[in-house]
Design a protein around this ligand. Structure first.
Ligand code: SF4
Ligand code: FES
Length: 211
C-alpha cells in the first residue's frame, strides 16, 4: 500500500471531504507531491512499509500556499520557472532542418541525469533558502535554465545568465544544503547543477561556444 492508496481509503471510508491531488499514480506526473513524515515525496511512490514504523504524518508541501488539505498552489513555483524563459529559443526560427544532437556531445554528457524533471515541486518545498526568500528561483527553475544554457540549439544565453546572476533571486542564494537533491524523486542532482553554474559564471563565454 502506498500513501496515496491510504489517502483514497481515508477519503472513501472516513472523510469524503479530504482533498489531495494525483493523476498518473506511477510517479510520472508529479501532482501527488506532499510532505510525508516531514520529507517531500510522491505519495504514489511512497510505500507505507518503507516508512519508519508508527504513525505516518502527511502535510502539504512547504513554501507554497495551501489551497485545501494537501493541495497547494504551484503558482509561485511556475512563476519562477517562467522567469528563466524555459522554452527553447532557436537562433534561426525559420530553419526547417532537424538539429542533430549526438549522444556523445558535450551537451548530452552534461545533461543526461538532469532532464527528467516532472515539476512536482518537492525540491521547492524542501529548499531552506526558498523558505526565507520569495525571490529565489528555486532548484528546478535553475536546473531548467542550465539545460537551456547547455543546449547547442538555444540562443537565449544572455537573458538567462542575467537572471541566474541576480544577487537577490539567482544562484548565489543557494547555500548548498543538498535538501533539493535529497528529495528529488527523479534523482536529479540539483545541487551539482547549481555548483556547475556558479563555476561556469566565472567564464560565461563558454555558453556562447556550444557544441
Ligand atoms: S527537480 Fe526533481 S524535485 Fe524538483 S520539481 Fe523537478 S522532479 Fe520535482
Ligand atoms: S500521481 Fe503522478 S506522480 Fe504521483
Amino acid at each position: 500500500m502506498t500513501v496515496l492508496d491510504a489517502l483514497f481509503q481515508i477519503q472513501r471510508n472516513q472523510d469524503a471531504s479530504l482533498q489531495f491531488r494525483c493523476a498518473c499514480r506511477v510517479g510520472m506526473c508529479g501532482t501527488c507531491a506532499m510532505t510525508i513524515n516531514g520529507v517531500p515525496r510522491l505519495a504514489c511512490k511512497t510505500g507505507i512499509r518503507t516508512l519508519e514504523p508508527g504513525d505516518v504524518s502527511v502535510a502539504p508541501l512547504q513554501n507554497l500556499p495551501v489551497i485545501k488539505d494537501l493541495v497547494v498552489s504551484l503558482e509561485p513555483f511556475f512563476a519562477q520557472w517562467k522567469r528563466i524563459n524555459p522554452a527553447l529559443r532557436t537562433a534561426d526560427p525559420k530553419k526547417t532542418e532537424l538539429a542533430i544532437v549526438r549522444s556523445d556531445s558535450r551537451y548530452m554528457q552534461s545533461v543526461e541525469s538532469k532532464r527528467d524533471c516532472i515539476t512536482c515541486g518537492a525540491c521547492y518545498g524542501a529548499c531552506g533558502v526558498k523558505s526565507t526568500s520569495g525571490e529565489y528561483l528555486g532548484p528546478a527553475a535553475i536546473n531548467r535554465a542550465y539545460l537551456r544554457l547547455m543546449d547547442p540549439r538555444d540562443n537565449g544565453v544572455d537573458d538567462r545568465l542575467r537572471i541566474l546572476n541576480d544577487e537577490r533571486g539567482g544562484i548565489w542564494r543557494c547555500h548548498t544544503q543538498f535538501n533539493c537533491t535529497a528529495v528529488c524523486p527523479k534523482g536529479i542532482t540539483l545541487t551539482d547543477t547549481i555548483g556547475r553554474l556558479k563555476r561556469a559564471m566565472l567564464f560565461p563565454s563558454q555558453f556562447r561556444k556550444k557544441s
